[in-house]
Design a protein around this ligand. Structure first.
Ligand SMILES: Cc1cc2nc3c(=O)[nH]c(=O)nc-3n(C[C@H](O)[C@H](O)[C@H](O)COP(=O)(O)OP(=O)(O)OC[C@H]3O[C@@H](n4cnc5c(N)ncnc54)[C@H](O)[C@@H]3O)c2cc1C
Length: 361
């Protein structure tokens, strides 16, 4: 019986383990997780599309869904507009989501992966609880993947930092997210209920920026929880011999929103199929054929956003405000290329971008 070891019992590692258990009962699948349980510490805003549940190849328990979103209010320097899209996203209790996914798996908790060495037929994973032999090792160990670093996979990864609080306050629009475009990055308010929301920001000094942001939007209340995290963007090598990366470890993340759950899960399905067919060497080309172009396009738009000056950004904001029906019609929560392509084919948008358009093309 071949042994597969997954490093990291986050949502993507656990999802992969369930798929392998179901599709390859001839494999022995186990996981190691450095924390004493899955889902903690929390570092997520928990906003995903319904597709995370609907497209999953196993049935996910829905008791982790705590709210749904029908609209987004977008802000830039005091100006604002609203995009409506019924049930465009759902809000997760991430702790419960991860915990549900971790059930019925062989997980060794409180076990930290350190490094790896080649054994004659497979690999030895060196952990703080001793050595573990495996024929195949998968790194699902998140943004700062130690497996990726240990095996020197080539990468071109940029790391962003985020901070978030859960705030108890009044008068929250329960089914609306608020997005504040704040160069060089952005901030969000995501409602859980009518009086609890998640407020977060991506920034170079995110905790300080978050304090300033809370003052700026004058949202007062009681802070229930504070947390932060690292968001990886870019590309990296994701497979070599019988080693592979998936999820945040593989940078399978949407560059414009930094959401990683949807792509990570779809890529786990690709990896599972490749392992089952004995074709792990095809994993990278298959997942890139599904999401590579999306990620590439998202990265270009993200860099453009970061490079635009305030005036240029405001002109684009006004254009989007005027054409918000296009955002409503063509915007997709998980596949941003549709709306990007629609916009860059509009003459007025091309004029606004000027020479920057060449970079997108
Ligand atoms: C502030 C913030 C907000 C976010 N908001 C959203 C959002 O709204 N929607 C969305 O889709 N995504 C969001 N994300 C991204 C999302 O959290 C990740 O894409 C998702 O968690 C990736 O899942 P994963 O299983 O690949 O990695 P992780 O969830 O990071 O899981 C990796 C696991 O590996 C374990 N691990 C790491 N190193 C080791 C080691 N050496 N040994 C053993 N175990 C190890 C970790 O403890 C962890 O449990 C957000 C991220 C941040 C930081």
């Amino acid at each position: 019986m071949k042994k597969i070891l997954i490093v990291g019992a986050g949502p993507v590692g656990c999802y992969l383990a369930h798929l392998l258990k179901r599709q390859a009962p001839f494999l022995k699948v186990s996981l190691i997780e450095e924390h004493p349980s899955s889902g903690e510490p929390l570092h997520c805003a928990g906003l995903v599309s319904r597709s995370v549940f609907d497209e999953a190849q196993i049935k996910f328990s829905e008791d982790s869904i705590i709210n749904w979103i029908d609209s987004a209010q977008i802000y830039l320097n005091g100006d604002t507009f609203q995009i409506m899209k019924k049930e465009v996203a759902i809000v997760l209790d991430r702790k419960k989501f991860d915990h549900n996914l971790s059930k019925n798996l062989d997980i060794n908790y409180s076990t930290r992966f350190f490094s790896i060495k080649k054994d004659k037929n497979g690999y030895i994973a060196i952990t703080d609880k001793g050595d573990i032999y495996a024929d195949i090792i998968i790194g699902a160990d998140g943004a700062n993947s130690l497996l990726r670093k240990t095996i020197n996979f080539q990468d071109n990864v940029q790391y962003y930092s985020a901070a978030q609080v859960r705030l108890e306050t009044d008068n929250i629009k329960r089914h609306q997210v608020k997005v504040y475009l704040k160069k060089p990055f952005f901030a969000w308010v995501i409602p859980e209920t009518e009086n609890i929301c998640r407020i977060g920001i991506i920034g170079n000094n995110p905790y300080q920026s978050l304090i300033e942001f809370l003052k700026e939007i004058n949202l007062q209340g009681r802070i229930l929880e504070k947390f932060g995290g690292i968001l990886p963007l870019g590309f990296c090598q994701t497979q070599k011999d019988n080693l592979a990366l998936v999820g945040d470890a593989a940078c399978q993340v949407k560059p414009l929103t930094h959401g990683g759950i949807y792509y990570g899960m779809r890529c786990a399905e690709v990896l599972c199929d490749c392992i089952v067919r004995g074709e792990i060497h095809n994993y990278e080309s298959i997942w890139r054929s599904k999401f590579g172009k999306e990620i590439e396009m998202g990265l270009k738009v993200k860099r453009l956003y970061e490079d635009l000056d305030e005036g240029g950004l405001y002109n684009i904001f006004k254009f989007l405000k005027k054409n918000k029906n296009i955002l409503e019609k063509f915007g997709s929560f998980d596949r941003h290329s549709a709306i990007i392509l629609k916009l860059i084919h509009m003459r007025k948008f091309q004029q606004l971008l000027g020479t920057l358009l060449l970079r997108l093309i």
